[in-house]
Design a protein around this ligand. Structure first.
Ligand SMILES: NC(=O)c1ccc[n+]([C@@H]2O[C@H](COP(=O)([O-])OP(=O)(O)OC[C@H]3O[C@@H](n4cnc5c(N)ncnc54)[C@H](OP(=O)(O)O)[C@@H]3O)[C@@H](O)[C@H]2O)c1
Length: 269
């Protein structure tokens, strides 16, 4: 790959994606950001319309980049949202919606960009996962499940495409201060009359407080830039407050019962 890279960042209208697209274009990369409803206001990089839940929309956006640039070096699969609610009371439709964006959205984009990357024997795919993809979080069960699935996809895909010169890596942010908090979708369950209501509200308050105290999105953008500059992007990396990043090591080294006890006490469960 040359120094000036052609980069596609999904979900670049807000939060982490916006910070990534801005930083990478400031550093001289040719950046295409995406949104389901791109605003006409210039953000300093080109914006394309893309809904990761629609095959045709993904194909059209990728085709535009390839037609204009001839190739694509880096994809940051960032578009996503958080669904909150008790698992028992989350409808299948709500659960499928979460997977359609956070998991199948990434799969659609990967399938659309891989042929051209394979042909050039070069490419980097950065999948924005979460520490919720390392530990199952209470009342964010479907969000966590979608990110666990993304972790599996990332590990498998790495093995399949390495021989074509393509790298795939998982980026696991802890809490990041972005509009994800306001954009959180609440499952229909968990409301008045729900046996989970009190625990759900307590946990949600903790989650939202932690997000507001999260690191700025620019920190994640800097990590994306670092991954692009590395010769080899590893299987995964974390970014965020150290107190949260150690979750990965804690889960690997502590006995499961102790790790779970710590999580329960953290969330007041
Ligand atoms: N903030 C955190 O604490 C945190 C922690 C760990 C991981 N993450 C992950 O980081 C990623 C970005 O989150 P954020 O915090 O930056 O949230 P955000 O500010 O709410 O931004 C979400 C972005 O995703 C896009 N998006 C949502 N649904 C989409 C769809 N169906 N098709 C295309 N784009 C879609 C939105 O674009 P439009 O609405 O304009 O289409 C928006 O640009 C997510 O994958 C999230 O899971 C966030």
């Amino acid at each position: 790959m040359g120094t000036n890279k052609v980069v596609l960042v999904t979900g670049a209208s807000s939060g982490i994606g916006l910070a990534c697209a801005k930083l990478l274009s400031e550093r001289g990369h040719t950046v295409y950001g995406t949104s389901r409803k791109p605003s006409p206001a210039s953000l300093g990089f080109r914006m394309l319309e893309l809904d990761v839940t629609r095959d045709a929309s993904v194909q059209a956006a990728v085709s535009t980049v390839l037609a204009e640039q001839g190739h694509l070096d880096v994809v940051v699969n960032n578009a996503g949202y958080a669904l909150a609610g008790p698992i028992e009371e989350t409808s299948l439709e709500e659960a499928q919606g979460q997977f359609d964006t956070n998991f199948f959205g990434v799969l659609r984009v990967c399938q659309a960009v891989l042929p051209s990357m394979r042909a050039r024997r070069s490419g980097l795919i950065i999948n924005v996962s979460s520490l919720g993809g390392v530990a199952g979080l209470p009342f964010q069960g479907l969000y966590s499940a979608s990110k666990f699935a993304l972790e599996g996809l990332t590990e498998s895909l790495r093995l399949e495409v390495a021989s074509f010169g393509i790298q795939v890596t998982s980026l696991q942010p802890g809490d990041v201060h972005t509009p994800i908090t306001q954009n959180r979708v609440r499952a229909q369950g968990g409301g008045p009359g729900s046996p989970y209501r009190s625990a759900f509200e307590t946990v949600l308050r903790i989650i939202e407080k932690e997000e507001r105290a999260g690191v700025p999105a620019q920190r994640v953008a800097t990590q994306v830039l670092r991954l692009m500059e590395r010769k080899q992007a590893g299987v995964r990396s974390t970014v965020g407050h150290l107190s949260q990043r150690i979750i990965t090591a804690a889960k690997a080294f502590l006995p499961s019962w102790l790790f779970e006890r710590l999580l329960k006490s953290y969330y007041g469960l």
